[in-house]
Ligand binder design. Structure first.
Ligand code: 13P
Ligand code: ZN
Ligand code: NA
Length: 273
């Protein structure tokens, strides 16, 4: 099934699809194993820096062959595409979905940029996500100034024809220094104002209850990154401190397995029985 239809059908059932970033074979396979064991679909995300790290061809082929190897239904998505150039490169490379992040731009410029990407994506039937409002990037200040306005969301989706919209309701990328305080009333208002799939960014550090609540109010895609890196590197550090083992094929699987456990927990949280 196309990602667009799948997101729509899941959202209608008040379910969400988990979108996870991967950085290498281990983080990818750890995630795919979880999706396979719970028989759930997954969106595999690459940022520009992950593409630069692995190389575009290696990264996309790793994802495609991984889905096949683990027998998982999933899609390849560009996360936070920061320029038209990177977005078009990924569309040409066969990505199922791209995010154009024009959230730093004034409203009209964000509309313009997003519209251009939507038009280009049409020739591939690809799915497009945009961002409206301000979701703090790693290390940025978190304040309420940039929350998504329901009226602007409505206009933005109508004017751009975008499929999915990242909303700013109080989440932030990375871990939270203080307990996050999400504006669920605002989320409901946005959901009532638009038919676009709503995307929750910054899910690392949110409780399972928070994730479930966001889904129940209409979020269709849940983005998770930092917790994956954190559990992988934390486990590696502990394992390496324990022994002088130099065979990475003995050490890495322990960390990969921790990712599988993490992703299974998240999948269970967002798909209440
Ligand atoms: P976290 O790093 O907080 O999980 O956010 C991930 C994200 O929004 C990727 O787009
Ligand atoms: Zn994000
Ligand atoms: Na976060």
């Amino acid at each position: 099934m196309q990602i667009k239809e799948k997101l729509k059908s899941y959202t209608a059932l008040k379910r969400g699809i988990l979108a996870t970033n991967f950085y290498n074979m281990e983080t990818l396979h750890g995630t795919l194993k979880a999706a396979a064991e719970l028989n759930e679909p997954i969106i595999l995300q690459l940022t520009q820096s992950s593409i630069e790290y692995m190389g575009l061809k290696t990264a996309t082929q790793l994802a495609r062959t991984g889905l096949e190897q683990f027998g998982v239904e999933g899609w390849l998505h560009l996360d936070h595409g920061g320029s038209k150039e990177i977005v078009l490169t990924c569309l040409d490379a066969g990505f199922d979905s791209v995010m154009i992040d024009g959230s730093d731009l004034p409203f009209e410029e964000n509309v313009q940029l997003t519209s251009e990407v939507v038009k280009y994506a049409e020739k591939y039937g690809a799915h497009v996500e945009a961002e409206l409002g301000y979701i703090a990037k790693l290390g940025q200040a978190k304040d309420k100034v940039g929350f998504t306005s329901p009226d602007q969301a409505k206009r933005f989706v109508e004017e751009t024809g975008v499929d999915a919209l990242a909303v700013a309701i109080g989440t932030a990328h990375g871990f939270y220094k203080e307990k996050p305080n999400l504006d669920f009333k605002l989320l409901s208002a946005i959901a009532q104002n638009t038919s676009a799939t709503l995307v929750l960014h910054g899910s690392s550090g949110l409780s399972n209850e928070c994730l479930a609540k966001a889904i129940s109010l209409g979020v269709g895609k849940i983005n998770l990154a930092t917790e994956i890196k954190n559990i992988f590197m934390g486990t590696l550090k502990r394992e390496m401190a324990k022994s002088d083992e130099i065979d990475l094929r003995k050490i890495f699987p322990v960390a990969t397995e921790k990712i599988t456990e993490l992703i299974k927990e998240k999948l269970r949280a967002i798909h209440p029985a």
